[in-house]
Design a binder for this molecule. Structure first.
Ligand code: PGA
Length: 902
């Protein structure tokens, strides 16, 4: 459609049957009604025209963006704003429908008796064939990383729409019920339409904490326990240790975030405790209501009888009110017991609200005491069906979430820890070399510096260790057990943490309550990681710490910063080698190593399907243990709904079992050499563009929306670490985010094309077939290349003030992209990009057609948003004051369409 026709239809507002025809999907149809109600039929026609222009293809099937660009240029900024909102909502509701369809497909496959390849059931068969089940220790750590564009209010709308859609899918519905549900859906969509998509204010740390807590409250508290039950049921055994636990960084991650303080740490710990006690209390009360079994039908154990006697003694008021209000419960001992459990939890909850821990005779000294009480109940129910039912779920909730909900982890940068030690350790400021620093800290740790009151304010890092000590003393080690040192490069970085932990009293009486975790992420740090750890293992002070922690050591790997510095391919290889070397070293020294993978959702930040990523770990590095971060949009995608969460957690646990019992063989030397060669070549090409080309920073600045990302208000921390934004200081998230918005996605593939193309294809095909790590790497590259759209990307290049240098870089980028596409397809043997992902996801004959239909449905909305973004970027940079708000909305829209910020 030409710009003229588009504009004139918009102006006339005449109904045009073809354009305003009722759309297909339920949500589309109802959204259309809402748009007509809110903005009139003319707007609906204008929107349909925009879509039609965006969907136009030339004879070869390629998009013709010219008409769309002209149409968009002809719009007033306020008109664009409404269209941006509408396109975004179309994509968001489409997503909700897609998720439900996916769940439906899985259910259908289950009904047909298919064994899902990433299920616990499948893993259990592998375990049975290869040995005994390993002790599982899976940790899922939710971070507050600013990578989700959706506000909590908008997320709530997604949930409402999803649940209404599910109900609408019930074929037994009567006409009345259907009408009511559709009315509810229109109401939710109308409220959503008038809700700001972009936050008006920067979120505070407390908002980030609240956001994560909402996932625990609505989904994870139940999904985590359900998964633990499934693991027990599938693998058998009677282990009481949960197979998985949760951690959180919201409120405790100080790295580059001045807003996280000792006060936020304290407030977060309290919020965790209040929420988990509230949830436990709710569940106990519900169970009490359900447990009406009469004593004659039960097998009341001695343990339960004794515990009831103790309750009556210690909680006389509860006993008295039970006697008055519920006298018949004398014959219902389980219900009676649960009344006392609830009373004790209530005491703890009241204390937590007041900022303290009750413990003592009226409450619970710890979550273990609650578990013991629940166990007495479980042993007395007299029925396997009942014992394996709600009481078991509740027990898992108590075991997994305890009285802490999720373990809060603290993180700060090595430079901050060094600065704190310079301020506090006598003589440290004068140490000049790493050897001097390490020796001085080690000796100071062994001497035990007294915790003397300081003049003036404490460095924040030191104050954080003090709060950690306070928290461990008050809430126990599960509440807070880890301190991560980001940017760790040298042994002294960890020795600073050790010294501060001791100084704060965390290691008193040989009880080292804090796991000190180096986060290795730069090229140099990863290459040196085994050397750094060797020096620590040999250091007498660190060795004492390690001994006291039963020789368990955790090491974190930073995928995003590695890829930002080296490019994707080289970053992946550096991480792989570091893991191998660290694992081998730990095995030789009798250290139990747990690797903590700091990955984002997108390929550029190490993301990819969890199962595949875990199987791609170097052979023998998993051993039943893994720790992974989940952040932003991934948290939303995985934990939005209980069934989705169960599926995601199941896949992670199943993959850990699989990688443990079938660790695979070490890759042959020729494969390693080929990858080492390709990684070096890729890194060189990447660095030549990103770090050495004098025109690159200008292109990033002018040809991407990097200049406005900070205005999006999606996180409490600044977009750059430690100072004004430069390419080096820019954090990995906005770096990737900016390129994702341009649809170029450069960080995920740049450098890999030429590097792979200059190698031996036959050898690479062999590696692809036999090495899960390489296969995962190629699959990730395919997915990233598939998501890229250079025709749109080229339009961003046209934004450069000086075209000659920008075009020079663009030619290199385009050529590299083409080489990369050609080579990865040659390696994988796929006819089209991401064909493998398609086959993995839904191995059904209609899968490709369904994916094409999805793409055809979503693509025009996304392309329209990109072209509106380009236009608004121009207007904003030319000084149009009204352009910023809709521009930010296009960023939210494109992130919704791509399902990632970056
Ligand atoms: P970080 O995380 O900047 O907090 O280290 C990077 C990322 O997850 O991409």
């Amino acid at each position: 459609m030409t710009a003229e026709r588009f504009a004139s239809r918009a102006r006339s507002g005449r109904p045009a049957a073809d354009l305003a025809a009722a759309p297909q999907r339920t949500t589309e149809r109802l959204l259309h009604d809402v748009l007509v109600e809110q903005r009139g039929l003319g707007f609906a026609i204008q929107l349909a025209g925009l879509r039609e222009a965006a969907a136009a293809r030339d004879g070869a099937g390629a998009p013709v963006a010219e008409a769309l660009a002209e149409a968009v240029a002809a719009l007033e900024t306020h008109e664009t704003a409404a269209l941006v909102r509408a396109c975004t909502m179309q994509l968001a509701v489409d997503d909700v429908e897609d998720e439900l369809e996916r769940l439906e497909q899985r259910r259908a496959a289950e009904r047909d008796g298919a064994l899902a390849p990433e299920s616990l059931e499948h893993a259990a068969r592998l375990v049975a064939a290869h040995g005994t089940p390993p002790q599982l220790d899976v940790r899922v750590v939710l971070t507050a990383h600013p990578t989700d564009i959706a506000r909590r209010s908008v997320l709530a709308k997604h949930r409402t729409i999803a649940s209404l859609l599910e109900r609408l899918g019930d074929p037994r519905l009567g006409a009345q019920e259907r009408r009511r549900l559709e009315e509810d859906m229109r109401e939710a969509l109308a409220i959503w339409w008038t809700t700001n998509e972009v936050r008006a204010l920067q979120p505070r740390v407390a908002d980030e904490v609240r956001r994560l807590l909402s996932f625990f409250r609505t989904v994870l508290f139940d999904a985590g326990a359900e998964l633990a039950r499934d693991v027990r049921r599938t693998l058998g055994g009677s282990a009481l240790e949960p197979p998985l636990r949760f951690g959180s960084w919201a409120g405790g991650d100080m790295d580059g975030n001045p807003n996280v303080t000792p006060a936020t740490i304290r407030a977060t710990l309290r919020a965790h405790r209040i929420l988990v006690l509230t949830l436990l209390l709710e569940r106990v009360r519900a169970l009490r209501a359900a447990y009406s079994q009469a004593d004659a039908t039960l097998l009341v154990t001695e343990g339960l009888r004794a515990s009831l006697q103790r309750d009556e003694r210690e909680l006389p008021r509860t006993a008295a009110s039970l006697a008055t209000d519920y006298p018949h419960e004398v014959r219902e001992p389980l219900r009676r017991k649960l009344a006392f459990v609830a009373a004790r939890l209530h005491v703890e909850l009241t204390a937590a609200r007041g900022g303290s821990v009750a413990g003592g005779p009226h409450g619970y000294a710890s979550a273990d005491a609650l578990c013991a009480d629940l166990q007495h109940v479980r042993e007395s129910v007299g029925s396997a069906a009942v014992a394996d039912g709600r009481i078991e779920r509740l027990l898992w909730q108590a075991r997994i979430f305890g009285f802490h909900l999720a373990t809060l982890e603290l993180r700060d940068n090595a430079t901050e820890l060094q600065a704190a030690c310079r301020a506090l350790v006598p003589g440290y400021a004068a140490a000049r070399t790493e050897a001097e620093r390490a020796a001085l800290l080690s000796a100071a740790c062994r001497d035990g510096t007294p915790h003397a009151p300081q003049d003036g304010p404490l460095p924040r890092a030191a104050a954080a260790f003090e709060v950690a000590a306070e928290a461990v003393a008050a809430y126990g080690p599960r509440a807070l057990d880890t301190f991560i040192v980001s940017g760790a490069e040298h042994p002294s970085d960890l020795l600073c943490a050790l010294w501060l932990a001791r100084w704060a009293g965390l290691c008193r009486d040989g009880a080292p309550h804090l796991e000190l975790v180096p986060l290795f992420e730069s090229h140099a740090a990863l290459a040196r990681a085994p050397e750094t750890m060797a020096a620590l293992y040999d250091d007498p002070a660190y060795a004492t710490h390690l001994r006291a922690r039963a020789r368990r050591q955790e090491v974190m790997l930073g995928y995003s910063d590695a890829a930002k510095e080296m490019g994707y391919l080289a970053g992946q290889w550096a991480l792989y080698r570091a893991q191998e070397a660290l694992a081998e070293q730990a095995a030789l020294r009798g250290v139990e190593l747990r690797l903590f993978h700091g990955r984002g959702g997108s390929v550029s930040r190490g993301g990819g399907p969890a199962y595949r990523s875990i199987l791609a770990q170097p052979p023998g590095t998993v051993g039943g243990r893994i720790k992974v971060t989940e952040q932003g949009e991934v948290i939303r995608a995985k934990f939005f709904d209980r069934r989705l969460a169960q599926e995601a957690l199941e896949q992670t646990v199943a993959a850990v079992l699989h990688a443990t019992v079938v660790p695979g063989a070490a890759p042959p030397r020729a494969w390693r050499e080929e990858l080492a060669r390709a990684a070096a070549a890729a890194q060189e090409r990447y660095a030549a563009l990103v770090w050495r080309d004098p025109d690159f920073a200008g292109v990033l600045e002018q040809c991407t929306p990097i200049d406005v990302l900070g205005r999006l208000n999606i996180g409490s921390r600044p977009v750059a670490r430690g100072g004004p934004r430069t390419l080096a200081r820019l954090r990995a998230i906005p770096w990737v985010f900016a390129w994702a918005q341009t649809r170029i996605g450069l960080p995920a593939w740049y450098g890999a094309g030429d590097a792979l193309a200059s190698g031996d294809l036959a050898l690479q095909r062999e590696m692809h077939a036999g090495w899960p790590f390489f296969a995962a790497l190629v699959a990730s590259l395919e997915a990233a290349l598939d998501a890229a759209d250079l025709a749109i990307g080229e339009r961003y290049v046209a934004l450069a003030a000086e075209q000659a240098p920008a075009q020079r870089l663009w030619d290199a980028i385009r050529a590299e992209h083409a080489r990369c596409v050609e080579r990865v397809l040659a390696i994988s043997g796929h006819a089209r990009l991401a064909e493998g992902a398609l086959l993995d996801a839904v191995a059904s004959p209609g899968a490709a057609a369904a994916a094409d239909a999805r793409e055809a449905r979503r693509r025009p909305w996304l392309d329209a948003l990109s072209l509106m973004q380009l236009e608004l970027l121009r207007r904003h940079r030319a000084g149009d004051p009204g352009a910023l708000e809709p521009l930010l909305a296009t960023i939210a829209g494109i992130a919704t369409g791509l399902r990632t910020t970056g």
